[in-house]
Design a protein around this ligand. Structure first.
Ligand code: COD
Ligand code: ATP
Length: 196
């Protein structure tokens, strides 16, 4: 295993890490998919799915979240019911801050592990693997919250912000997620609250 400090930004590292953020429904996932399919970027790390995996029943975060938000946010199978938790935290900035303080350190640690693993595989395997060596040495990290979490100061080399008119984002959320206009608006506002 290499002894490079891979979990922190390495200015001269051949593999760069690009953060992609933006408001809800702005098109972050679509942009990241294009970066992989059209630019042939090495990898795409989706932070939302990492955060969701942290709510598996075996995770220590689950107990912390249950204690903070009560049994009503638990699903019968021992997982966290994200819809119920979302309806609390997207409507209450302080509650969201509480949740973020529990979840973000775990998410950051998992992102850094994945970056380290991808860099290691690329550095060790790409000389013998044509499909790997033909890729652009860019890891794309998709995360709505990356600037708030301060990740631009730790493992990211550059940040892209995807923007969209608010009305378009609202329409997309209503159509794709089946949210009412009011619920969609709460999610947009949760990302625009003071201190962000
Ligand atoms: C509140 C939760 C349970 C709702 O889950 P659900 O599956 O219903 O929604 P999902 O995770 O897909 O989020 C919907 C949209 O809101 C954005 N979002 C999620 N959390 C936040 C946040 N803290 N601040 C701003 N936007 C957020 C997501 O990026 C996404 O664009 C979940 O979003 C969560 O645990 N959020 C807190 C952790 C977090 O900050 N996750 C973001 C990546 S680290
Ligand atoms: N440039 C675009 N033109 C038209 N539709 C788009 C464009 N970009 C994204 N979309 C559509 O908008 C919807 C939301 O896009 P996407 O899932 O990429 O956004 P997101 O920012 O990742 O959303 P979320 O924050 O909810 O995860 C999708 O249905 C997608 O197909």
């Amino acid at each position: 295993m290499t002894d490079l400090p891979l979990t922190r930004k390495v200015d001269n590292h051949p593999i760069k890490v690009l953060g992609v953020c933006g408001g809800i429904g702005s098109g972050k996932s679509a942009a990241c998919k294009l970066l992989v399919s059209q630019l042939n970027a090495l990898a795409h790390i989706d932070t939302d799915s990492i955060a969701h995996a942290i709510y598996e029943p075996t995770s220590p975060v689950v107990e912390q979240v249950r204690r903070a938000f009560g049994d009503e946010i638990m699903a019968p199978d021992g997982r966290i019911d994200r819809k119920k938790l979302g309806s609390i935290v997207f409507a209450d900035r302080d509650a969201m801050r509480t949740l973020e303080a529990m979840v973000w350190p775990q998410v950051q640690s998992e992102i850094e592990k994945r970056i380290e693993r991808i860099r290691f595989e690329w550095l060790t395997l790409s000389s013998n693997d044509a499909s790997l060596s033909s890729k652009q040495p860019i890891i794309v990290v998709e995360a709505a919250v990356l600037l708030d979490a301060g990740w631009q100061h730790t493992f990211l080399d550059a940040v892209w912000v995807i923007t969209v008119p608010q009305e378009v984002a609202l329409q997309r959320m209503m159509e794709n997620r089946g949210l009412s206009r009011e619920e969609a608006m709460k999610r947009v506002e949760a990302q625009q609250s003071p201190g962000r």
